[in-house]
Each structure stands twice: as structure tokens, then as C-alpha cells.
Ligand binder design. Structure first.
Ligand code: NAP
Ligand code: GCO
Length: 267
């Protein structure tokens, strides 16, 4: 029986795969045998730093490109460059994302728009750019990195929740529109993961005490802890592999049970 979870012979593009969740997913893909790993960032400095991190992990079949995922012209040009320099794109992970934590009534329209552009419009831009080759090949995997905020709201993250909620439905619509081409588009919904994006929510208070939000999330997670980026690797490999060929339009929540749990009663 062939290894359904193998990514051998597959090239994978993880947007924003320099660190955090994207880097963890790329590592897992490499461990699953991916042929080539492709990532991008907005600066060459970030690319160079990421190469060091990949090489430190022994991953050398990796290709980094400077590209802002909100720039449609640059994304389309990068797809052509990847085809010329690396080969086909079998797997796309729309990972790149930002968050702005500002009360909605205080948020500038430009700030709201920036979050929407990166977290919702860019996944559309990048997916639309890689779909033609997947359609022609009649095979492809698209994984959109959603969020707890694809299902839940909270104070100060209105733009992010709107984007991630939209990304859930974009995932389902790509599934609906392109399933006939043997393209599977699913979402992965991380819970609360210890990355630079959530570092402000875990910072020690001036008196050395736990950040209130840190305590809150530990109480909301059955395991009583933040999750690590590497814990997303296995679920991402599943969604990128033939093991999930019959899974389409699904958001796989990797949240340690947050969505199932009312939360630990305060002592
Ligand atoms: P992170 O540590 O802030 O990393 C985000 C990555 O996206 C960075 O590599 C960043 O590169 C890149 N990026 C941002 N805007 C970009 C743009 N316009 N063009 C190209 N690259 C861009 O975030 P993370 O925690 O790893 O999160 C990764 C994804 O998971 C995001 O979509 C996030 O919303 C989602 N997520 C995170 C959590 C969590 O708890 N951490 C939970 C659920 C979902 P730069 O260095 O250039 O900024
Ligand atoms: C926040 C966090 C979350 C996480 C993630 C949860 O401010 O609540 O940043 O939004 O990033 O999206 O799944």
C-alpha cells in the first residue's frame, strides 16, 4: 500500500513561510518528502534569514522569493518564475496573514482594508494564479489558513474575523467551483499558537505575572496550554496528501479543543 501521506514528487508553495506557522508547515512537508518547498516574504532580508532557518533544519530543496501577496501583478509574475525555475505547483498553502487588534469604532478604514487585503483578498489572488495549472493537470491541493475567528468573534479583531470568516467561505467556494478538476481546497483552522503574531498576547506583565489573555486562552483550551506551530504539521500534511483526496471544502480545526469547550471555571 503506497503511503497515502507521502508528498514525494510534489512541489509546495507556502506563502509567508519564513517563520511561524508557515515555516512549521513547510518543515512538515519536507519531512513528508515534498520535492521542492517554495516560500515568499516582502523583503530579501526575510528571505535570507529564512534560508538560514531552513538550512539549519537540513532542508535544502527550498526556494524563497520576494513577493507581497497583495500585489496581483507580482504574484502572477512569481507563478511564472516558479514554473520556470522550480516546476509545477502541486500544493498551495495560503498562510501569509496579519492582524490588527484595534476596537472597531477606533479603527481607520485603511487599517481595516489592509487586514482584508492580506488575509482575504491575497488568498484569492494567489489561488486564482495557481488554479489554471491545477485545472490543466486535473490535480491540485489548496489549503487556506483560517482561524478560530472563522467561527468566533472577540473584541478588537473585527477586520481579522471578517477576513477569516470570508476565507472559510472562499475555501468552500473554491471546493465547489473546482472540485470537478480533482482540486481539493480545504482550510486549516489553528487555535492559539505561540508565534510572533500572538507574542503580544503572551507577554509577561510588568509585575512578572501572566498576561490576562494568556491565562484566558489556557482556560479555554482543554489541554490548558497554547499550541506550538509544529503541531499543525501533521494536519497540514494530511490536507496536502492523497490521504485527503475525498476531503473538500472542509475546515480542519487544530485548536486543542477550544471550539468544543466552554472553558475552565475560574477558581
Ligand atoms: P506571523 O508569525 O505573523 O507570520 C506571518 C507571515 O506572513 C510572516 O512570514 C509574514 O512575513 C507573512 N506576511 C504577512 N503579510 C504578508 C504579505 N503582504 N506578503 C507576503 N507575506 C506576508 O503569523 P503566524 O502566527 O505564523 O500566522 C500565520 C497564519 O496563520 C496567518 O494567516 C494567521 O492569521 C494564521 N493564524 C495564526 C494563529 C496563531 O495563533 N498564531 C492562529 C490561527 C490562524 P513578514 O515578515 O514580511 O511580515
Ligand atoms: C487574537 C489572536 C487570534 C489568533 C488566531 C486564533 O488576537 O485573538 O491573534 O486571532 O491569531 O487567529 O485562531
Amino acid at each position: 500500500m503506497t503511503n497515502l501521506f507521502s508528498l514525494e514528487g510534489k512541489n509546495a508553495w507556502i506563502t509567508g513561510g519564513c517563520y511561524g506557522i508557515g515555516f512549521a508547515i513547510a518543515k512538515a512537508f519536507a519531512q513528508a518528502g515534498a520535492a521542492q518547498i517554495i516560500f515568499n516574504a516582502r523583503s530579501q532580508a526575510a528571505i535570507d534569514k529564512a534560508y538560514e532557518a531552513y538550512h539549519a533544519e537540513g532542508i535544502r530543496n527550498v526556494h524563497g522569493y520576494v513577493c507581497d501577496v497583495t500585489d496581483e501583478v507580482a504574484v502572477k509574475a512569481l507563478v511564472d518564475q516558479i514554473h520556470a525555475e522550480v516546476g509545477p505547483i502541486h500544493i498551495l498553502v495560503n498562510n501569509a496573514g496579519i492582524i490588527k487588534r484595534i476596537p472597531m469604532h477606533e479603527m481607520k478604514r485603511s487599517e481595516f482594508q489592509e487586514v482584508i487585503d492580506v488575509d482575504l483578498v491575497a488568498p484569492y489572488i494567489v489561488a486564482a494564479a495557481v488554479l489554471p495549472e491545477m485545472m490543466e493537470r486535473r490535480e491540485g491541493k489548496i489549503i487556506n489558513v483560517c482561524s478560530m475567528m472563522s467561527e468566533l468573534g472577540r473584541e478588537t479583531v473585527s477586520a481579522y474575523a471578517a477576513a477569516k470568516g470570508g476565507l472559510k467561505m472562499l475555501t468552500r467556494n473554491i471546493c465547489s467551483e473546482y472540485g470537478e478538476y480533482n482540486i481539493q481546497c480545504n482550510g486549516i483552522g489553528p487555535g492559539y499558537i505561540a508565534t510572533p503574531q500572538t507574542a503580544p498576547l503572551r507577554e509577561r506583565q510588568p509585575d512578572g505575572s501572566q498576561h490576562p489573555f494568556d491565562s484566558f486562552i489556557c482556560a479555554k483550551t482543554p489541554a490548558g496550554r497554547w499550541l506550538e506551530p509544529d503541531e499543525l504539521g501533521g494536519p497540514a500534511v494530511f490536507l496536502a496528501s492523497h490521504a485527503s483526496d475525498a476531503v473538500n471544502g472542509h475546515i480542519l480545526y487544530v485548536d486543542g479543543g477550544i471550539l468544543a469547550y466552554i472553558g475552565k471555571q475560574p477558581k
